[in-house]
Design a protein around this ligand. Structure first.
Ligand SMILES: NC(=O)c1ccc[n+]([C@@H]2O[C@H](COP(=O)([O-])OP(=O)(O)OC[C@H]3O[C@@H](n4cnc5c(N)ncnc54)[C@H](OP(=O)(O)O)[C@@H]3O)[C@@H](O)[C@H]2O)c1
Length: 277
């Protein structure tokens, strides 16, 4: 039997490390990891995070690799480099992701396509490319960053919520396939977290108050989201909802019949059509 995955001494690839949760994963793993590979599009941010981690943890190896994960070729190039250099990758954190807030019919395809390409295709493609490398280690972990949005269909976030439903479902199935192989697979399902996510997801610079609208008790800091996620992965949890109240609410709501949930979501989103008399 293979040992349980631990972040101690790990070699991790973190996608979306230029901001929010990804940068926080790097900061929390740095004191324990042997090597961190940081990926994102913004080179300056990657370099500055890498430099500060190297300064704080001189024995840590940090690679800053700019890549646009929406592009298949760049995903292939990243994985080929890891394999060619024989980097003993044993933790894959598929964190890069984005959303588009607003109705589906008014959406610009140029904003929806990257949601699908990064949240769904890149996560699946990188996992597929790197699974042989993960499998060849003594133990390994895959942490897929999903969302609480993946549990329910959400009007005004239809494509994003559907993309995260995919991530949660894919993670669960992969976990079943890899059971007994010493590869932990965990889906992280946070509720609202104060990062750049909502700014990126807003259209035309308009302020979407999704973060403000949510009850403060349901919001969780990046620091505690990442702490809960890494601890859940080490405990081989299938899913982590890093907020107790939210976790309780989700579990409760999922016990209800779906037509009731649908009506509640429609009422909440104000999309329920008035009945004709
Ligand atoms: N914040 C929330 O409330 C919340 C809640 C639930 C789940 N999540 C999930 O958490 C994950 C991290 O989001 P966050 O909250 O930390 O948001 P964020 O601050 O906007 O960070 C998103 C990260 O994804 C990267 N990214 C986006 N498109 C990319 C591309 N084409 N290629 C490479 N990297 C790309 C960004 O890097 P570059 O722009 O530099 O490329 C950035 O580092 C996402 O999967 C998100 O869906 C967030």
């Amino acid at each position: 039997m293979r040992p349980r995955f631990t972040t101690k001494g790990c070699t991790a690839l973190i996608t979306g490390a230029t901001a929010g949760l990804g940068a926080e994963f790097a900061r929390q793993l740095a004191p324990k990891a042997s090597r961190l590979i940081l990926v994102g599009r913004r080179e300056d941010r990657l370099a500055s995070l890498a430099n500060s981690l190297r300064a704080d943890f001189p024995s840590l190896v940090v690679d800053a690799l700019p890549a646009d994960l929406a592009k298949s070729g760049e995903r292939g190039r990243l994985a080929a480099w890891i394999i060619r250099e024989e980097i003993p990758l044993n933790l894959l954190i598929n964190n890069a992701g984005l959303g588009d807030l607003g109705s589906f019919d008014s959406a610009d395809w140029n904003r929806l396509a990257p949601v699908l390409e990064v949240n769904v295709t890149a996560l699946t493609h990188l996992t597929h490319l790197l699974l042989p490398m993960l499998r060849s280690q003594r133990s390994a972990g895959i942490l897929n960053v999903s969302s609480i949005a993946g549990f329910f269909p959400l009007p005004e976030m239809a494509v994003y919520a559907a993309s995260k439903a995919y991530v949660t479902s894919f993670s669960e199935a992969l976990r079943m396939e890899l059971a007994g192989e010493g590869i932990a697979v965990t889906a992280l399902c946070p509720g609202p977290v104060p990062t750049e996510f909502f700014e990126v997801a807003s259209r035309n610079g308009e302020t979407i108050r999704a973060m403000d609208r949510s009850h403060p008790a349901l919001a969780t800091s990046p620091d505690s989201v990442v702490h809960e996620a890494l601890s859940g992965l080490e405990r081989d949890k299938p899913g982590v909802i890093p907020n107790r109240l939210l976790a309780l609410l989700v579990r409760g709501v999922r016990l209800l019949p779906f037509p009731l949930i649908r009506t509640a979501i429609q009422l909440g989103a104000g999309t329920r059509k008035p009945k004709k008399n």
